[in-house]
Design a protein around this ligand. Sequence first.
Ligand SMILES: *[C@@H]1O[C@H](CO)[C@@H](O)[C@H](O)[C@H]1NC(C)=O
Ligand SMILES: *[C@@H]1O[C@H](CO)[C@@H](O)[C@H](O)[C@H]1NC(C)=O
Ligand SMILES: *[C@@H]1O[C@H](CO)[C@@H](O)[C@H](O)[C@H]1NC(C)=O
Ligand SMILES: *[C@@H]1O[C@H](CO)[C@@H](O)[C@H](O)[C@H]1NC(C)=O
Length: 542
Amino acid sequence: MKIAAALTCAGAAAHASVIAPKDGQSISIPPTKPDDAIVVPKDFVGFGIESAFLNNFANDFSENLVSALAARMSAPPVMRIGGTSGDYFLFDAHQKEDKVCFHGKCGSHDASYLLGQSFFDGYKRFKDARFIVQAPLGNPINTTNTLAFVTRAWKNLDGGRRVQAIALGNEVEFIYRAGAKAYVDAALSLQASIVKELKLQGGAANIFEAGNTASGTVTGNKLYQVYVPKTRKSIKGSAVLFDLLTLTYPSKEILDANFNKNGRISTTAEHWYQISGDHPWTDHTMQSLMINHTAISERFGPYLPSIKATRDRKLDYAITEDSAVLGGAQIHFSGGFGYTLWAVDFNLAAMARSVARVTNLAGRPNAKRVFWTPDNTGGEPSPGPHVRAPFPAAIFVADFIGKRSPSAVKEIKTQGDLTSAYAMYDEKSGTLRRVALVNMRLYNGTASTNRQRLSFQVNVGSGVKQVKVRRLRADKGVAAMGYDFGGPSNNVSWAGEQWSHGVDFGKGHFRTGKVEEHVVKVDNNGVALVVVPDSEAVMLLV
Ligand SMILES: *[C@@H]1O[C@H](CO)[C@@H](O)[C@H](O)[C@H]1NC(C)=O
Ligand SMILES: *[C@@H]1O[C@H](CO)[C@@H](O)[C@H](O)[C@H]1NC(C)=O
Ligand SMILES: *[C@@H]1O[C@H](CO)[C@@H](O)[C@H](O)[C@H]1NC(C)=O
Ligand SMILES: *[C@@H]1O[C@H](CO)[C@@H](O)[C@H](O)[C@H]1NC(C)=O
């Protein structure tokens, strides 16, 4: 096990419909945990729900999906209930309905809702999970209202025992446009009111999440950076209703403005939408901008200063809202198996860069880019209830982290834009436990029957006799939409397991009744030959 392990990749001839790749490549895996491997938090993978739609998700089906994830983890997954709608909630204790829309684009996140008592029943659900509660943070703050909200959520989350964090606002640079200091001043005063109201003592008060900075703010997307709506009314209005934004501030600036002076911040959070704006969507767009490891890696560039600033202060840095596509693309580009591959690589790349948590989008019923839709309220083009193609990506990520003992991850360099590799080690013993290989070369099973593949030679060490290989796959490649959406030709499975509303109500089922995996013998030099078809991710269990 002391010999440097090598992972090489070369063309493999196979049966008739499979074309051998021209590009061979060679990469190497450290046989034992390298010093710079990153310890992965046990609750790394979770889900995010847009605030106003909590009760659409408060059903047995969604709960089964969350429990399916929790069962693979050694700590409760985190559910982020947050988003634009969550900052504009008002509360009326006498209202019968759980929510009534009174302003804006009703049915979406860009609207204002008046909540009744029953809204908070949603927080009684998902007992296997912990929650991020977003404290409504308007400008100015309506403290009475925010405390009415936070105390009710807190009570229903088992008196705070299932609260992972209290987020002070969402995409706060759009609300406090005068700069980080304006946000920090307002949020600190709200924080003090919350601490007092909930009677949080000592370390129990150190649970606040900062920022939830918008994706475009971090990356300097001009449209986002330069123009913000003058009033909430004008969000969908014309350009003349927009005014100039002079200051934007990622999480680093919020920390630099001394937000954590009282030690009560636990996490800074930012958002990530890989592709925003209009693009002519074709498979080429998907390959070049989305399922492309170089594109994902390079986009971390502007995030790194805030990740570092957060980690330097020994706080957690989380990505609490993320997807490949913000808008514009048809659902088969934004919500199919291409998103699954993107989500796997994004989650693994994030954990390898010290991101403590990713809460993947369950979102809202009418969004296209979601892991599942909870009910039938979304309508076209996002009907439901459905488990969508990306859902198994969350299970893959959880299984890669593993359940037994703490793990540490290391990204392994590959050549070219379209493959990635990650090694997972036992944190204590340093033993190599699992290897994830992602082949993002686009295969569209609707357009073509020829599926190419790559064959990797993985050196797992001469002490190992065999490895087990499990696959995250779809016959249709990136065109697969999942069984509930597209029927039996659109299946997406992980190690032979699928999740479906129609078949198993979100509990998961195996097509053959058991885990599907195959054993690969390790040769005398410690090398396992592993074949990965295009648009597929595999995991080696060492
Ligand atoms: C503040 O919140 C309370 C409780 O939700 C509400 O009754 C009141 O109208 C709000 N005030 C303003 C100025 O919006
Ligand atoms: C992947 O993304 C990088 C960075 O944006 C780009 O330069 C490259 O052309 C893309 N690769 C492919 C195969 O589209
Ligand atoms: C796959 O191919 C079909 C048929 O050419 C096309 O309509 C579709 O846009 C392609 N991409 C995806 C992701 O389905
Ligand atoms: C797809 O999944 C369904 C539900 O498990 C199953 O009945 C069907 O046989 C599968 N189809 C294929 C082609 O594997």
